[in-house]
Design a protein around this ligand. Structure first.
Ligand SMILES: [Zn+2]
Length: 172
C-alpha cells in the first residue's frame, strides 16, 4: 500500500504526518490534528492492532503489549496523533499486564466517559485530540490520587528521553 501523506482533497493545513514509521522513529513532535479523519483513513494510517484499540475500543491481551514492563524514561504519546498523554514518572507496576499510570502528564489531554459495556461500570479514557480509545481508569491506584490509568500499549508510543546526558543508555 502506498502511503500518501496528504489527504486527497482536504483544504490546506490538513497535512497528515507520517507518525511512527519503522525507520527513524518519531521525529515530528507536533501533534497533528486528526480529529476529522474518516474511519477509512484511520484504517490506512494505523496498524490493524492500533486500529482495533484506538478506533474500535478493543483491548490488547494482558502482558502482550510493548510497554507493560517498559522501564525507559520518557513521555508516552498517543499512537494515533502524537498527543503527549502520560509520563514514565507516573508509571507503576500494577501487575495487570497493561501499562498503568497514576496521572496524566502535565498538559496532556485525555477525555473520560462512563462505559457500561461488558456488564461493568468503568470509566473509559480517550485521547482528547483524536478521540482514540486508550483504556480505562480504575480507582485502585497508588496514593495520593488513587487513580490507575490502565492503558493499552498499542495505543501509545514512547518518546524516550534517551537524548539526555545521563550516559547510562549504552548496553553491550
Ligand atoms: Zn490522539
Amino acid at each position: 500500500m502506498v502511503y500518501e501523506p496528504v489527504a486527497p482533497s482536504g483544504p490546506p493545513g490538513t497535512v497528515v504526518r507520517s507518525l511512527g514509521l519503522p525507520d527513524g522513529g518519531i521525529e515530528e513532535k507536533n501533534v497533528s490534528d486528526k480529529s476529522n479523519l474518516s474511519e477509512d483513513r484511520w484504517q490506512e494510517i494505523l496498524t490493524p492492532e492500533q486500529f482495533d484499540v484506538l478506533r474500535r475500543k478493543g483491548t490488547e491481551r494482558a502482558f502482550s503489549g510493548a510497554y507493560w514492563d517498559e522501564g525507559d524514561h520518557g513521555t508516552y504519546r498517543c499512537a494515533g496523533c502524537n498527543e503527549a498523554l502520560f509520563s514514565s514518572e507516573s508509571k507503576f507496576d500494577s501487575g495487570t499486564g497493561w501499562p498503568s499510570f497514576s496521572e496524566v502528564v502535565e498538559g496532556g489531554r485525555v477525555r473520560t466517559e462512563e462505559d457500561h459495556t461488558l456488564g461493568m461500570r468503568r470509566v473509559e479514557v480517550s485521547c482528547a485530540n483524536c478521540d482514540g480509545h486508550l483504556g480505562h481508569i480504575f480507582p485502585d491506584g497508588p496514593a495520593p490520587g488513587g487513580a490507575r490509568y490502565c492503558i493499552n500499549s498499542v495505543a501509545l508510543v514512547l518518546d524516550s528521553d534517551e537524548g539526555s546526558s545521563e550516559g547510562s543508555g549504552v548496553e553491550e
